[in-house]
Design a protein around this ligand. Structure first.
Ligand code: PGA
Length: 250
């Protein structure tokens, strides 16, 4: 399975800055065989989509609502994303869970809606420092996965990419060691197999996220249960992001 290297810009860049980023990025990654996606603010989707052209870079959003239309001020539907050429959508990022009220239940609703519309969800899970220090990471992650997958059929789960993002590593410069990341992504893979079966678990791609950068990417991506990265801070400059996409080639 090809790695997916996905940038998560969070609330950064105007539409114009976003287009400039893509113009600079394209030549830097033209020889890469990795799958590359940019999950950008809603307001950048159009300019980034246009600038990507036939580069093969995939367009991604950072969230969506689960209903199709109606009186939901400020929300964005799957249909609206598809209309702009969006392929991937991040669901349940820890910042949305912490700051904007996402729960396992709303994450489950969003996953179902994304899959129903043919969008590819990147489901985020990950433990806080307190949870890790209490030694209950395994149970916590399993709980998040169980909640997210509620009532999903195996062919639906097979469409999901999971990003394991320990909260203590996000934006902090602290990275999980390859062993820690490998262990928890392994737990995710095995639990998916327990809930469904091996063929589904084999299809679910698991990424690592949390201060991934050019110097730690290679070691993390060498873990056999890690199939890519979700990158925040280091995805904001074309040179930094390209160095991750081109990992192992320096
Ligand atoms: P970071 O963010 O790379 O800045 O730690 C990752 C994320 O939140 O997706």
């Amino acid at each position: 399975m090809a790695n997916l290297i996905a940038g998560n810009w969070k609330m950064n860049k105007t539409a114009k800055e976003a287009a400039e980023f893509v113009r600079e990025l394209k030549p830097l990654i033209k020889d890469s065989t990795e799958e590359v996606a940019l999950c950008v603010p809603f307001t950048c989707l159009e300019s980034v989509g246009r600038e990507m052209g036939d580069s093969g870079i995939k367009l991604g959003a950072q969230d969506m609502f689960w209903l199709d239309k109606g009186a939901y001020t400020g929300e964005i539907s799957a249909e609206m994303l598809l209309d702009l050429g969006v392929e991937y959508v991040i669901i349940g990022h820890s910042e949305r869970r912490k700051l904007f009220g996402d729960t396992d239940e709303t994450v489950n609703n969003k996953l179902k809606a994304a899959i129903r519309h043919g969008l590819k969800p990147i489901l985020c899970v990950g433990e806080s420092l307190e949870t890790r220090q209490a030694g209950i990471t395994r149970e916590f992650i399993k709980g998040q996965i169980r909640g997210a997958f509620e009532d999903l059929k195996e062919e639906e789960v097979a469409e999901i990419t999971i990003a394991y993002e320990p909260i203590w590593a996000i934006g902090t410069g602290l990275t999980a060691t390859p062993e820690q990341a490998g262990e928890t992504t392994g737990i995710i893979k095995r639990f998916t197999e327990t809930l469904y079966n091996k063929s589904v678990a084999d299809k679910v791609r698991v990424l690592y996220g949390g201060s991934m950068n050019a110097s730690n990417a290679e070691a993390l991506l060498q873990q056999k249960t890690i199939s890519g990265g979700l990158i925040g801070g280091a995805s904001l400059k074309p040179v930094d992001f390209a160095a991750i996409v081109n990992h192992g080639k320096n």
